[in-house]
Design a protein around this ligand. Sequence first.
Ligand code: PEP
Ligand code: MG
Length: 875
Amino acid sequence: MVTKFVYMFSEGDASMRNLLGGKGANLAEMTKLGMPIPQGFTVTTEACNDYYDKGRVVDDGVIKGIEDGIEKLEAISNKKFGDKNNPLLVSVRSGSRASMPGMMDTVLNLGLNDASVEGLKNKTGNMKFAYDSYRRFIQMFADVVKEVNKEFFEEELVKMKELKGAASDMDLTGEDFKKLVSTFKKIYKEKTGADFPQEPKEQLMESITAVFRSWDNPRAIVYRRMHDIPSSWGTAVNVQMMVFGNMGDTCGTGVAFTRNPATGENLIFGEYLINAQGEDVVAGVRTPNPIAVLERDMPEVYKEFMDITTNLENHYQDMQDVEFTIENKKLYFLQTRNGKRTAQAALKIAVDLVAEGMVTEEEAIMKVDPKQLDQLLHPMFDVKVLDNATPVAKGLPASPGAAAGQVYFTAEAAKEAKDKRDERVILVRQETSPEDIEGMAAARGILTVRGGMTSHAAVVARGMGTCCVAGCGDIVVNEKEKYFTVGSYTVKEGDFISLDGTTGKVYIDDIKTVSPEISGDFATFMAWSDKIRTLKVRTNADTPKDAIKAVEFGAEGIGLTRTEHMFFNDTRITSVRKMILAETEEARRAALNELLPMQREDFIGIYEAMEEKPVTIRLLDPPLHEFLPQDEKSIVKIAKEMNVTVEKLKAKIESLHEFNPMMGHRGCRLAITFPEIAEMQGRAIIEAALEVKKTKGFNIIPEIMVPLAGEAREFKYVKDVITNVADTLIKESGIELDYMVGTMIEIPRAALLADEIAKEAAFFSFGTNDLTQMTFGFSRDDAGGFLDDYYTKQIYEFDPFAKLDQEGVGQLVKMAVEKGKSTRPNIKLGICGEHGGDPSSVDFCYRVGLHYVSCSPFRVPIARLAAAQSVLMNK
Ligand code: PEP
Ligand code: MG
């Protein structure tokens, strides 16, 4: 059977999203609903995949499908492609399964050439419109298809405006635009070495191929990695008849959200420009009017607009983001999609939709992206400090939240400051464009001079949950010289400013921020998630403070306390170093005795914070050299403090040196060599539990965790050290206390022999950081340096340290679960690697039958929601 690569809008519907992409499927659905949609066709995602499969060649079947599609459009519209009297003009736009705003490109007015522009002029009697459309087409085609920087063209437009004393584009005449067209064609030839293509079919095929190509551009790859979108999805391409918002004052174009995308408020929220084409709104070139102005300008159009958007929202049962154009008072919709929104808006909309009876709680749960919740958990400005700060400028509150940091004026500088110097970064730009995506991702806040609430900066920042103030005309930016001025202030690269994305205010201070709370819609929504999920969610916490924070965020226990973090504290590190330098067991025990009361206090604090919730405490894990100084100056200082010679200290450091410390003397291997360390820690854990039981009455069942085991006998040796001390202490105390000794599964061998290990271990906790490191053979500390090459070459699509590699590492997890249960059916199973807070990895944990996931406090709500969604997705 011949594959059908092209579908007319009238042939599809919303269920065909995988094939037609989001935009194509929705255009088909709206056509089916009888809405005013300029007709067109969709080239499928399969055509895109086929293009890549064939080594970047468009199949003849695809070309044929496109030619047929154009013929059908000619018949529908009674116009002809490239005709000098009545030309058919189309737009070409990408549309993948998941919306990727700003990542893919659009070409408008395709079909114009030196002959058809005259046809358009004669037919509309509007020379200015015809030549304005043509010069836009040349610029867009050059930019998107040939990668000629649009600034070359924009400079000419500015020059022409200066020459004519025109304040805006609209003050130029038809003749002016005609001149610009010829200048633009010259630039095109200069930059590409070829004449601007006059044949519409060639224009079309080149544009469609450019959309296919753009699926694989570096920005798209970065965006996909950030949003878990596999490259195998491909993108569809939509070819749609043009309607014109730039034919005069009864025309216009705009974007609208059926609810407020920043707050979630149930009020239409949109912007439009009279006499303009779509990209003018999105690019932020002209600052648009609020949608309410349309009600005044064209009341009947506004009414129809409101009726249709309400229908769309009811039909899709979600907030819609629509693009529309008005051509001579006739309204057209160019697309609809579920609108991107801030986390705050997402929760309000989800809770409101349930209250309005539009969706069930379960449906509402599926509407919020768990990763987005992160936005709500990050700091806001401390109101007290804010009260005393004076804003110096105000822009649009484009994406809420607070950010304070150092100013950078290019995406590269922002990224470098974050990656290399770990600075808090604020990206300041005239306006952002898709090339800035990595700089935007690195920034805590984004400030732009131009652009409205639907500009690129605003849309992308909201998607990322990054605070953004857009359209801040109060500031004057000089990107080249790296400074901006506002009033009498000059802010240079590296200076601190603060942005309030909720009010749009800008401050020249480094304003203190405070932690958020879970309340209101957030609390309601999380309670629904908790009703549904079956996976427990614990936290990784090393201090009572972190543990308390995590409990506020809904943690049901601690899945990992890394005890080494307690050893770095100033007062303890000396005892730790004494222990390391000790030459006899006796001396080592003496040093450990100094540490014992401190460790006991640590654990008492944690147990008290967690009340009776389960707590897993892990024995010392890192190689010992991490506790010793490395540079000459510190070595001399510490030798003095320790009362040993510099030579002796250096000799010890030398003796602890390992070529691969991550695969060296660490984890339970330390306890094999120095069982007294495990003994001290076991004692502290049990004594603390006995103490808390006695003073607070809390019945704690400590879960003592042995790291890095790879062999049952190794685990058993360490377990015996612990049980000996624990049983003696419990017996002596006369208090009843249960405890468990279990292990991490973080060495591939442990997964392979999990049945043997489970005979001894009461629980498994998957340490997927190390398990990933050891399975891939990638150092977790160094892989970041070369993994980028794997992403750009599309060998790996995702960072395996962030998102569990289900194909490879996942097999080991699955095997260990099955083997573990085979010898100990009631074995307790959890995960404490970083993956425990990643939604797709949480889903994997649910599917393989773990009992809990454990993640950092700030990711606890993410894991709670992801766990609820897993239940619903796997029903
Ligand atoms: C792990 O390896 O997944 C783990 C949780 O331990 P750590 O990160 O401390 O090595
Ligand atoms: Mg580990």
